[in-house]
Write a protein that binds this ligand. Sequence first.
Ligand SMILES: Cc1cc2nc3c(=O)[nH]c(=O)nc-3n(C[C@H](O)[C@H](O)[C@H](O)COP(=O)(O)O)c2cc1C
Length: 295
Amino acid sequence: MPSTLRGNMDIFEAIEKRRSIRNYQDRDVEEEKIIKILEAARAAPSASNRQEWRFIVVRDKEVRKKLCKAAKGQKFVQEAPVVIACCAETDNHTMSCGQLCYPIDVAISIDHMTLAAVQLGLGTCWVGAFYEEQVKKVIDLGPQTNQGLEETRRLQKELNDEIKKAEEERDAEREKGILGNKVLINQLEGRISGYKNIKKELSDLGYINEEDAREAEAAKKAQFKSDSEAIKRKEAEIKDELKRIKSIRDARVREAEERAKLERDAAQTVEERAQVEINLINSIRTRKMEKKENL
Ligand SMILES: Cc1cc2nc3c(=O)[nH]c(=O)nc-3n(C[C@H](O)[C@H](O)[C@H](O)COP(=O)(O)O)c2cc1C
């Protein structure tokens, strides 16, 4: 939707100029201005972009009177030509920080509205002092709000019905498609078997025309192709199996070789130790002999 938010006022100017206004001129506010104000609210940020805010524009004098009562008798509520009741569609979503989304989101959108009103030359005032249950009752009874709500519900229902109808039509189309394909397959199968019968009759009569011969050749080729593919697949399976067997065998050979090496190393160690002992005995023997000779 293209934005209708245009103006020449500096945002800082609007922020600075805004004041809570509780005295109003006795005249209506133009429809375009109200739309612009709502548009400013719609453009506000909201947690997870939920935009759960909802605004009920009250212009009806009687409803404003009731709202004034629900707002603890604050006179300016009924004197204002327009009261915008701000609420939320859901009130149970919290952010990870633990704060509820809706009071923050709605508050931001209200602030957008108050600033937009400055730009449009209108005065506003927040109203936080009111009895919620009473306001709810008044709003529900309000002719404008009920009308709006009912219209929204009606449109929503219409839309849902249309979607449902479109979905049902699409499903029926699909089923029809599947059914159509099945019929086609049956027809084809019938044709093929009929054709086969004719072919058999022709060949029984010893007659086969060129087209039949070409077809027979093509069928043979197709069969050959599918056989070759099956053979290729089998070959690949065998190749994989051989690879697997070879790798098991290689692992076993490696294991046997390692074990043999370990045994060889161990034997070598025993041999070396024996040699050391022999050398020792020999040297003792030599020393004994030398001693004997010296005596
Ligand atoms: C959440 C909120 C609730 C308020 N409720 C009321 C209210 O019930 N009645 C009223 O006269 N002003 C109300 N105000 C207006 C404040 O009194 C006003 O913003 C404040 O005194 C500062 O004045 P200013 O808005 O002119 O800067 C409310 C303002 C906020 C932000």
